[in-house]
Write a protein that binds this ligand. Sequence first.
Ligand code: COS
Length: 393
Amino acid sequence: MSVVAGSPTTSEEEAMMLAVVRELVAKKVAPRAAQIDESAEFPYDLKALFAENDLLGIPIPAEYGGLGGSFVTYVKVVEEIAKACASSSLIVAVQELGMLPILIGGSEEQKRQYLPKLASGQWIAAYALTEASSGSDAAGSMRTKAVRRGDTYILDGQKIWITHGSVADVICVFAVTDPSKGAAGISAFIVEKDFKGFHVGKKERKMGIRGSPTVELTFDGCEVPAANRIGEEGVGFKIAMKVLDKSRPGIAAQALGIAAGALEYATNYAKERIAFGRPIGQHQGVGFMLADMQTEVEAARLLLYEAARKCDEGAADVSLWAAMAKLKCGDVAMAVTTDAVQVLGGFGYSAEYPVERMMRDAKITQIYEGTQQIQRLVIARALVGKGNPSAPR
Ligand code: COS
């Protein structure tokens, strides 16, 4: 990759990088997409390909082995990959998600110990926040606990829906260190897969993103060195939220890529498929659908790139923009892929064509990294504040 490590990506460097990514996607990712979905296996070959091409640590500073690029470049790369294969785009996006707690809250030593291995792709990362009883209410219902014993924390509990949990070498885990303090009693830990008491459990059978393993993780007296706590005790939830502010644009980029891929496929189909003597796209019923799809994709793209720019500049309102980008791109992905299936008619419903996979893949972008309802809550709170539910009315 010809991007100069250590400098923010210029538009020229970004263009070069995206040209490389487009070629990789056309030659290596697109031909594998249907089979990755069918087999529901993690594509290690594509992980290696992305690692070789420096795609796994784009916004990680060069001093920690990353490319030192921008979030804008990062989201564009995720988008390009997701146009062809949503599962494969998660290799880049979840590596970022798993690294961010260390980058945002880790000590210098932790950054030097873990980030180079993750940015190079030698190790795979995951992020473990969600539990059976704690999805949207991430702080209030967390049960996994961490109790300090000397230089070690003992973790007990279970996490669910952990993307890449079964292939990860290192997982950033959130656990309660002081149950009396709510969100302020949560701490973050770096857990390596070989730590005693760490187990990978059931793998989910999913509607979409089937090449991206989603699993349960169990911590059964799991021994984590105190040196692996990220930040002070009690700052874990804030780290978790700051991470989501930067990772939600990555999922928005995945959603946008899925939508753009489906739109391209449906448009080409509509130019070739003849009905009543002309290409179906030239019938107003289909042409207007394509027009709406195109408009929505471009609107979502502008919102996402602005959110990514806010990440790059460390804007104070990044939570708002990340949530708006995730909300818009997720909804556009679902609507556009559903319409793409409609444009293809019966063929759209067949696994012989990619749009049904894209529609299945799109759905998760309205659910994970915070449901669309949570995005609206974050946006509304940014506008009018949270308030105090127990205050007298
Ligand atoms: N950055 C920094 N700090 C943040 C923050 C952010 N984006 N969002 C919240 N915080 C802080 C708050 O300021 C508060 O700290 P103080 O009490 O010191 O002010 C603390 O974190 C608790 O925040 P809050 O009171 O808003 O927490 P809530 O329990 O009301 O929940 C939501 C907030 C709902 C937004 C959060 O639980 C959430 O995002 N849930 C969805 C989780 C999710 O996305 N899961 C997907 C799976 S993980 S891939």
